[in-house]
Design a binder for this molecule. Structure first.
Ligand code: 5CA
Ligand code: ZN
Length: 404
């Protein structure tokens, strides 16, 4: 955990857009705010889309802390799944070696970007015993059936199924097919039922559990990890908007059936998609700009972070070299201003940044407020010797942009 500067006073309570209610409302965590953010599937390096998503949830972490909460942040790593095994076959490498290497690189990239690490960072493989227990519980409730040895969850058992994404059935079936689901498989009771346990396939890794020899489905992994480490009704479940359906809808449905209570999470928060070359940046398409590549080219991580923060987290946007150039200029402006011996009173900047971030993370306004202070400081007419230090601390503490 890197040091986070203490700031005078306290920020206000964070308001966030909730996908399930499709409106922005205040988060109401207890003394310990609880957040689960879906982690990477480690078969390729961290790209700007990942970075945008994890920087978004890092802001939530920082704003809650600034408002006086502790934060219990949990993240998974999907260290066994189809794309990882496909990459292993395609490259002739061991799937575990790929997962270990890419997970280590992701953590290095997150550290470079000054993203505060989760308290619990949990792998899918290490969670297999827990997944098996949760699937048994679902079986006892009659919420599971088998198709040729694979186990499916009956989504109809959750009365609230569909309410998170707000999609109609037809849309759900279409998107399910696009994002790892199998609506057309023969023998399923409902095309939308999702796999919770897949029996062993030849030449694929498998584990012995009470459910037989096999491996977990994707959604139940996050359900189990979130329930084990946070319990029901935690404050925020997060990820990119490509996880709204089916992933977060399925996680919530499984958890709600398992516990007989709702909601799984009190806010469902989703970041927009970062595109490059005309399409959403994705490992499967291969149109990627990697954090580690830019770092090796000598681009400062603080500049990458500023390039991301220039976009509101809910917007879809395209990465551009010009955007990065603008961020490097901004970083230089901020650095030269906080290196001055004095500047205009910074208390109003702190307030403006706090207000902007607490209002659904309006980062562009927060950056504008700091820009304005820097321009005014550079004009040299004001003389508060404490101001540059406060701006340095608030840029680091609230936005995660280190200026030293
Ligand atoms: N392991 C699962 C979640 S349990 C997974 O989706 N992994 S991932 O590696 O594909 O994506 C990790 C996170 O990055 C997810 O929250 C995803 O929504 C987000 N993400 C992926 N591509 C982009 C993109 N182009 N723009 C913004 N966020 C993205
Ligand atoms: Zn997940």
């Amino acid at each position: 955990m890197p040091p986070v500067p203490d700031l005078p006073g306290r920020g206000g309570e964070l308001r966030l857009h909730d996908t399930a209610e499709n409106r922005t409302r205040v988060t109401t965590p207890g003394p310990v705010a609880r957040m689960y953010v879906c982690g990477i599937t480690p078969y390729d390096a961290t790209h700007m889309g990942h970075a945008f998503t994890y920087v978004t949830f890092d802001l939530i972490n920082r704003v809650w802390r600034d408002a006086g909460h502790e934060v219990h942040y949990v993240q998974n790593v999907t260290d066994i799944d189809d794309p990882l095994l496909e990459r292993a076959v395609a490259t002739g490498q061991d799937w575990r070696a790929i997962a270990d290497r890419e997970t280590a690189l992701f953590r290095e990239d997150m550290t470079a970007l000054n993203v505060l690490p989760p308290r619990d960072y949990i792998g899918a493989v290490e969670s297999i015993p827990s997944v098996a227990r949760h699937v048994e519980d679902l079986q006892e409730q009659g919420a599971v059936y088998a198709v040729d040895g694979d186990l499916y969850f009956r989504v109809s058992r959750d009365a609230a199924f569909g309410s998170l994404s707000g999609l109609n059935r037809e849309e759900m079936i279409r998107i399910f097919a696009e994002r790892g689901g199998d609506p057309g498989r023969d023998g399923k009771e409902d095309p939308l039922d999702c796999l919770v346990w897949q029996s062993a396939r030849p030449d694929e890794p498998a584990w012995n559990t009470s459910l037989g020899h096999g491996r977990p489905g994707w959604h139940i992994e996050c359900t189990a990890i979130a329930l084990d480490h946070l319990g029901m009704g935690f404050d925020v479940q997060g990820g990119g908007s490509d996880l709204v359906f089916p992933h977060h809808e399925m996680c919530a449905a499984e958890a709600q059936v398992l516990t007989g209570t709702a909601p799984f999470a009190r806010h469902y928060v989703h970041s927009g998609m970062v595109a490059w070359q005309g399409h959403k940046m994705s490992k499967s398409r291969g149109n990627l700009v990697f954090v580690s590549q830019l770092r090796h080219e000598g681009i400062e991580p603080a500049a990458i972070r500023l390039a991301l923060l220039a976009h509101h987290y809910r917007s879809d946007w395209a990465w551009t070299p010009q955007g990065l150039d603008g961020a490097r200029e901004r970083l230089a402006l901020w650095r030269s201003a906080v290196d001055l011996a004095s500047g205009p009173d910074a208390a109003p900047v702190l307030e403006r940044v706090r207000v902007a971030l607490a209002d659904d993370l309006r980062t562009p306004s927060a950056l504008d407020a700091i820009d304005a202070w820097c321009v005014s400081a550079a004009s040299g007419t004001s003389a508060d010797p404490a101001a540059p230090g406060l701006v340095r601390d608030l840029a680091d503490g609230l936005l995660g942009v280190r200026l030293d």
